[in-house]
Ligand binder design. Structure first.
Ligand SMILES: C[S@@+](CC[C@H](N)C(=O)[O-])C[C@H]1O[C@@H](n2cnc3c(N)ncnc32)[C@H](O)[C@@H]1O
Length: 274
């Protein structure tokens, strides 16, 4: 009887161990056999934001999974160039009074960079729970290193179902999803910011869904153009993307970008504020 009990216990333990191991399994695209390469940003900063996870491998169980483009960390030089350009576009308030929201925060590379600047708060919204766990670890490492000038956190949520904070917000999008979710996001934020024209700016990198924004009332485009990667970032992205087994994604020396401002749907149509 005791022997049978011990055997059952050992089997249960082995099963739990196997389950835990399966839970820790890396997402496809984050294994050496998938062509994974460390980005210099991680090597230099002791964090984990490298890797390319195709959209089809970003499963969370949400109905929007099928519209996810991919996980890939933003080039730091493009991030800085676009944020600096935004700051020259006379936002409605000083940057330290804005909440920075990374829509589709992934492993948090953009959050880490934003938290080194002065914002009211830095928030990430990410649908995939595995990426959220990694982003949280990265934010803790950043805090320990004393790199944060703004409080930063990441929520596991869908970008179209979460209530955007009060006060001016700058939304950062590094091509997170396709047209359907982009349309839903714009409807959602137009509702949340209905009575707050000028308090919402959008920074859009690799702006594949630019046409969705162009077709919506209440948004004014302030910038459209190519933002170049630094030489080091271009070399890193080229090497990483050249290492993909199936060559699915391509790299260019620049990113197509845009900046938009929510100007509101006033009774006489959109008006330019800010
Ligand atoms: C290209 S990555 C950008 C990563 C990060 N913003 C950066 O710049 O380093 C896009 C991310 O958007 C996330 N995503 C896709 N659809 C989403 C949704 N509906 N809500 C929240 N996040 C989403 C993906 O899981 C992926 O991690």
């Amino acid at each position: 009887m005791q022997k049978a009990q011990a055997k059952a216990q050992a089997q249960a333990q082995a099963k739990a161990k196997a389950k835990a191991k399966a839970g820790r399994k890396r997402l496809p695209g984050l294994r050496k056999s998938d062509g994974y390469m460390l980005h210099p940003f991680d090597a230099e900063n002791g964090v984990r934001t490298s890797g390319l996870v195709a959209g089809r491998n970003l499963k969370s169980g949400h109905r929007h999974d099928r519209y996810a483009t991919a996980y890939y960390g933003v080039a730091p030089s493009v991030f800085h160039a676009l944020v600096e350009r935004w700051q020259r576009l006379r936002p409605v308030d000083a940057a330290q009074n804005f909440t920075f929201v990374d829509v589709g925060a992934g492993m948090g590379r953009a959050l880490l960079l934003a938290s080194e600047m002065r914002f009211r708060e830095v928030l990430g919204v990410e649908l995939n729970p595995t990426l959220v766990r990694i982003a949280r670890r990265n934010l803790s490492a950043w805090r320990r290193q004393g790199r944060q000038r703004s409080q930063a956190r990441v929520l596991c949520a869908d970008a179209t179902e979460w209530k955007y904070p009060l006060g001016p917000c700058v939304l950062f999008l590094f091509n997170p999803f396709g047209a359907t979710v982009m349309r839903r996001l714009l409807v959602h934020v137009a509702r949340d910011f209905a009575s707050r024209p000028g308090e919402l700016d959008l920074l859009y990198i690799n702006n594949e869904q630019e046409g969705v924004l162009e077709g919506r009332r209440g948004f004014a485009r302030l910038f459209l153009g190519k933002v170049r990667r630094s030489r080091a970032d271009a070399a890193a992205d080229r090497a990483i993307l050249a290492n993909q087994p199936d060559g699915e994604y391509a790299s260019a020396p620049y990113e197509d970008c845009s900046i938009w401002r929510w100007v509101g749907n006033g009774p006489d149509g959109p008006h330019v504020g800010g």
